[in-house]
Write a protein that binds this ligand. Sequence first.
Ligand SMILES: *Cc1c(COP(=O)(O)O)cnc(C)c1O
Length: 390
Amino acid sequence: MDYIKEDKEYILNTYKRFDVVLTSGHGSILVDENGKEYVDFSSGIGTNSFGICDKEWVDAVCKQAHTLQHTSNLYYSKPQVELAKLLCEKTGMKKVFFANSGAEANECAIKAARKYSFDKYGLGRHEIITLVNSFHGRTITTLSATGQDVFHQYFFPFTEGFKHTPANDIELLDKAINEKTCAIMIETVQGEGGVMPLDKEFILHIAKVCKEKDLVFIVDEVQTGNGRCGYLYSYMEYGVNPDIVTTAKAIAGGLPFAAILFSEKTEKTLGFGQHATTFGGNPICAAAAYTIIKRIDDKLLNHVKDMRKLIENRLKDVPEIKSISGKGLMVGITLDENIKAADVVGKGIKNGVIMLTAKQKVRLLPPLTITEEELNLGLDLLIKSVKEAK
Ligand SMILES: *Cc1c(COP(=O)(O)O)cnc(C)c1O
């Protein structure tokens, strides 16, 4: 079958795909239908963070598939309980709700933030402040939350009650807060917005203001979480205590899954019948996530930090590369103005390395378990691709 031709015929044309049919892989290496190998610097957009078909993950998925694939949330489920307990123990958060995607996780956080405020202060205190250049998902409400105008087209009317303020501007943030505000939602590193880390002072200020004004402090860790930035969750680097943390992408090692973590302040906000999902907390995904979260320990996090140093050291003297942004293995590469990130990614496919873009940057999200050897090979191919794209 000509999969590329049939894809275009039968699958809705919403993705501009590269002309590659990926079929298998191992570690941080992907293989296409012709047997060509690629170093994976994308992890399926930050999901396969323990690489392709990691043994412990495969075993957990298969074991659960052979035992019980789904229960519905009307019954107790062992994998859910084990995972929720592990997440609370590792973060100090008090309760967990499971969902299936990042957008859904953020929808849940938004509902909880508004209800927290409604319960305590009544109607009208419902506005949520998010940042210019943020990305929070593709549902109508999470598009509203997203601070990028390109996402505010076609689908009117969007959900009301979101205000966007520029990242790292404390003064403008303070001006945006008024008696209608109920929450502030941030990514510590804006991922889709161009791998832009927030300033530490800005994050600390948000945490302080939320505490003072009883706003719900939401951290969207969909992309930055689960070890990606060198911490289990990226907010941990700053010593702040969010009221709600959302995460998805890498949490279940490449299966669709999300978790919303609630602190002492918000753990009782959503009660019986106020939020639910059919698939959220699915036992196979929960069992998979358990094997991932359990293994995000200091050793792995130190490896992430070491691999970042290696990337910075190898790229700092490449004349076509201007700067490196991000944290841990969430890497943004700013190129010379005359080089297009999309061209570098295209050359990379020809040369055998799979990369991503974010705005004008080349973005790398390699598996957290990538070996030094795989990383060096990928960087050789990346540098070659940058030079060819000139
Ligand atoms: C990817 C992403 C989302 C959306 O996640 P989906 O699983 O695609 O719904 C939300 N927030 C951030 C920060 C993301 O990177």
